[in-house]
Design a binder for this molecule. Structure first.
Ligand code: PLP
Length: 361
């Protein structure tokens, strides 16, 4: 297996792939693959329910929250959130932490009024704004934060407490990487393709009272109440992706749950951050230390030396590493170390980075 540091779609645990392979052609003795089955069958209903139940158990999701499996990626949530929640006179308040927050804001503005409640733009998005900086307008329907900026490599370690306004979080790139107190949120959403499984399904965890009735004016598929009432079976769901998410959740449970996953992740990323911090400035981390992400490690070489960065990418590929080139919008280097990236891959990367420095410093 390659040392896969892709940002998304990203690594899936080998054991999960092996189990999916074993039951790929004949699922549960049915004489057909799961993806060939009716989504109205008892077999698929069980897959759908088990994935929800396991997510509820692992994230300790209270009973008054619905779990939805939707399509359209996290990008569709950028529009669905304002469509469902911005009633007459209300605004969406957004914390601008970088590229993904920016996309959420831009999309919200196509639907209604979105205001920037705080921004770290002046600090080149190297940090996340704290609660004391966030100004919530009186008519805010919600405050939106991006829990982990996949491109910039910053993460909220503790979420801002903002009173009664529902907090909405895009957790696409760090869901299930650590325990979070779901009861502090109105809505959490995440595309599956980083920590949850393959692309094709988007998970939404939402407080029931917020979605009791979506505005009549919005199309059926874009209303939360449609999917909540139908237990995510209103139309044909991405059944294979949901099944894969279920397998990933079982894998996380077998690992010991989210506290254990977090511990493992922090050990993994420490290996790489230590190389950066001890490199005498050869490697430079992009994010401020206190906010840097354990999921996306962004760094540069010798004051943005693009030639050396290109060389790093080329040589890393020859050595079996995949996905270390930074996002095209910001350049530099990035190692995405999601749950399924094993410790051994991070050990190998730390070793490669030290050797690269020794050859090129
Ligand atoms: N939000 C964050 C933080 C992301 O990292 C991504 C994708 O990388 C998205 C949103 C967009 O997700 P999707 O491609 O599922 O629409």
């Amino acid at each position: 297996r390659a040392y896969n540091f892709n940002a998304g779609p990203a690594a899936i645990p080998l054991e999960v792939l092996q189990q999916a392979q074993a039951e790929f052609i004949d699922y549960d003795g049915a004489g057909m693959a799961l993806m060939e089955m009716s989504h109205r069958s008892a077999t698929y209903e069980k897959v759908n329910q088990e994935a929800q139940d396991l997510l509820r158990e692992l994230m300790n999701i209270p009973d008054n929250y619905k779990i939805l499996f939707l399509q359209g990626g996290a990008s569709t949530q950028f529009a669905m959130i304002p469509m469902n929640f911005l009633s007459e006179g209300k605004v969406g308040a957004y914390v601008d932490t970088g590229a993904w927050a920016g996309k959420a804001i831009k999309e919200a503005k196509t639907v209604g009024e979105a205001v920037i409640a705080a921004s770290s733009k002046e600090d080149s998005y190297m940090r996340v704004p704290q609660a004391s900086e966030i100004v919530v307008p009186e008519n805010a329907a919600y405050v939106h934060v991006t829990s982990n900026e996949t491109i910039g490599g910053v993460q909220y370690k503790a979420f801002p407490e903002l009173g009664n306004v529902p907090l909405i979080a895009d957790m696409s790139s760090d869901i299930l990487s650590r325990p979070v107190d779901v009861s502090k949120f109105g809505l959490i959403y995440a595309g599956a393709q980083k920590n949850l499984g393959p692309s094709g399904v988007t998970v939404v965890i939402v407080r029931e009272d917020l979605i009791a009735e979506s505005p009549k004016s919005i199309p059926t598929m874009l209303r939360y109440d449609t999917h909540a009432k139908a237990n995510s079976l209103y139309n044909t769901p991405p059944s294979f992706a949901v099944y894969m998410v279920g397998l990933v959740l079982k894998w996380i449970k077998a690992k010991g749950g989210l506290a254990e996953v977090e511990r493992y992740n922090l050990n993994k990323t420490k290996l790489i951050y230590d190389v950066i911090d001890e490199s005498n400035g050869f490697y430079e981390g992009c994010a401020n230390k206190e906010d840097r992400s354990p999921m996306n490690i962004t760094f540069r070489i010798q004051g943005k030396n693009e030639e050396l960065e290109k060389k790093f990418v080329k040589e890393s590929e020859a050595a079996g590493f995949v996905g270390l080139k930074g996002h095209r919008d910001v350049g530099g280097l990035r190692a995405s170390t999601y749950n399924a990236v094993p410790l051994e891959s991070c050990e190998a990367l730390a070793k490669f980075m030290k050797e690269f420095q020794a050859r090129n410093a």
